[in-house]
Design a protein around this ligand. Sequence first.
Ligand code: FAD
Length: 150
Amino acid sequence: MIHQLVYYSRNTVPGGDRAMLTNMREILSVSQRNNARDAITGFLIFDTQWFVQILEGERGKVTETYNRIARDPRHASATILNVRDVPARLFPNWTMGGAMRTPDVQEIYLAHGFGGPIDPTRLKSEQVVALALDLQAFEESRRQGRRLAS
Ligand code: FAD
């Protein structure tokens, strides 16, 4: 079985979209390095002021990774929405995929009923997973398009 943990947290890094993009890139770069080492996969969503992340892998490694992330000063009030064992990884190809809420993914948010900013304090983990799976599919098709174009 694969252990899956879903949490949300509040961004503490000040600045606009550009600062956030840099922040996301740094976080994803370190995450991809560490998660490849620890066989962790998942997806990180950033919407306005909230992070929502899904981590999946071996139970001990997921717990260790979450504990390290929760201490990071770039966010605060990390709150676990759900932990469960699942038969297989939902994000097998992503040591950590990520998506900021930009206009090109707005339709995906709308399709999931998020017209305005998401409020993770009112979210169910299944909604997070469903949104992340669609964002993952969008990112994968975008990457595929880039590969075909080059
Ligand atoms: P280094 O990257 O060398 O960092 C050393 C220390 O400096 C750590 O305590 C780190 O938190 C801190 N640090 C590094 N950069 C900054 C910065 N710009 N501002 C403030 N402090 C900083 N890590 C993962 O391994 N996997 C994940 O999936 C993952 N997801 C994350 C999601 C979010 C929303 C955030 C905010 C962070 C995430 N991280 C993730 C990063 C994690 O919190 C640690 O920073 C990282 O795992 C530490 O890696 P390292 O041991 O190689 O140390």
